[in-house]
Design a protein around this ligand. Structure first.
Ligand SMILES: Nc1nc2c(ncn2[C@@H]2O[C@H](COP(=O)(O)OP(=O)(O)OP(=O)(O)O)[C@@H](O)[C@H]2O)c(=O)[nH]1
Length: 394
């Protein structure tokens, strides 16, 4: 991801599922990462806004009602403009959706935003494990919401027995499609699942004095033995030889369910000797950002993969298979085209190919509202057929 782009994460979930609790956990444990928050409240404006306000510099409450009907894309852009101004120095922005908001509307708005400093960071759905069946019965749209999530947090794990938690988790996994599913109590997921912790000059030096926030986070994590690291797996891949673009795209196109995030840099060798490709995948969303190689440094591919229920060894083996094996394995002309489809440049020369995920709008530049028609709401950034157009407008 290019250094200037700030991921925008949409945090959704039914009323009372624990979104604010999770957000507060993220803010408590962010440790130097600057999190901007847009709170979209419905009926509990002041309470939620105040809950998070004390802990973050740039909190803007989208008060007056449900974001999907009360705020249009240009208003969201105004707020994002404010939060992405360089002086705010934010590393990530979280939009906490009202429990009544249609999450895909929010995702559409983020994808259709004119703001060049943001990149979509994924849709996180919070589910109340204790209320799962009741919520589904009353709100059948729950299934649809889970189907478009990139990460599902089955929260309130402390409120149900272990076998019941397993049952709910399995049911959620069945509905969640490609999303990673993690369980949590009081929203205690690892912040790295949602965003990179910032490595600031003043945050990396060993001699730096611990802040109150660090001490608080350490104590907090010590006190809670169900440490979130157990819920997912991180694997790192490094290669000195270039990767074959077509084989890497095959790997990405068939990446397993539960592989929630991929980040890092790719060396495509002779296929583009001038640039390395920053890669940013969250859920089904995938982008490549070519940028000139830093002069003098070693040319490496370095990737970090984060998933839940994934087989790390198998992922590494699959990536090993993407290495260019020698001169006889030189990528053919146009091998890079599959990668270029995911470079967010509307003037890109490469012809788009059919979308393997049926998530074509993800390929469209979020800044290019024409890709969504004149009204960004007209197009479904996911698969409109899967959700039923009319129901979405409710
Ligand atoms: N037992 C238990 N309670 C939780 C957990 N997570 C949140 N809660 C409680 O559930 C209630 C609702 O949590 P919130 O974080 O406000 O939920 P929300 O999704 O932001 O709610 P809305 O803003 O109304 O949509 C609060 O009383 C929380 O303390 C959990 O994992 N276990």
């Amino acid at each position: 991801m290019s250094a200037q782009q700030i991921p925008v994460v949409v945090l959704a979930g039914f009323l009372g599922s624990g979104k604010t609790t999770l957000l507060n956990h993220l803010l408590r444990t962010a440790r130097g990462t600057r999190v901007g928050v847009l709170v979209n409240d419905f009926g509990s404006i002041e309470i939620d806004a105040m809950t998070v306000a004390g802990q973050v510099g740039s909190t803007v409450s989208l008060g007056n009602g449900c974001l999907c009907c009360a705020v249009d894309a240009s208003e969201l852009d105004t707020y994002l403009e404010d939060l992405t101004r360089p002086a705010a120095r934010l590393d990530v922005i979280v939009i906490e959706a009202s429990g009544l908001a249609e999450p895909q509307e929010l995702v559409r708005m983020v994808l259709a935003s004119d703001n060049e400093r943001i990149v979509y960071g994924g849709l996180v759905e919070v589910v109340d494990a204790a209320e799962f069946d009741a919520t589904r019965a009353r709100h059948p749209e729950t299934d649809r919401h889970l189907g478009i999530a990139d990460l599902v947090v089955v929260n309130k794990a402390d409120r149900v027995p272990e076998d019941e938690l397993r049952r709910v988790r399995d049911a959620v996994t069945g509905l969640a499609g490609r999303a990673a599913v993690v369980t949590a109590a009081y929203g205690r997921v690892d912040p790295e699942l949602l965003f990179d912790r910032a490595a600031r000059a003043d945050d990396t030096a060993g001699a730096r004095q611990l802040s109150f926030e660090d001490l608080y986070a350490d104590a907090y994590e010590r006190d809670h033995h169900d440490h979130p690291h157990a819920a997912y797996e991180t694997v790192s891949f490094t290669a000195g030889e270039p990767l074959h673009p077509r084989r890497l795209m095959d790997f990405l196109d068939s990446r397993p369910e539960g592989l929630y995030r991929i980040k890092g840099f790719v060396d495509f060798g002779a296929a583009d000797p001038d640039n390395r490709y920053a890669v940013h995948a969250v859920g089904r969303f995938l982008r490549f950002y070519p940028e000139p190689w830093p002069p003098g440094g070693q040319r490496l591919t370095q990737l970090v993969l984060i998933g839940s229920g994934t087989d790390g060894e198998a992922l590494l083996r699959a990536l090993d298979g993407c290495r260019v094996a020698g001169p006889h394995d030189t990528p053919e002309d146009h091998a890079l085209w599959g990668v270029l489809r995911y470079v967010p440049d509307p003037r890109e020369e490469a012809e788009p190919e059919p979308d393997p995920y049926g998530t074509a709008a993800y390929d469209a530049d979020p800044d290019d509202t024409a890709a969504y028609g004149t009204d960004p709401y007209d197009a479904d950034p996911y698969d409109a057929a899967a959700y039923g157009e009319a129901a979405d407008r409710a």
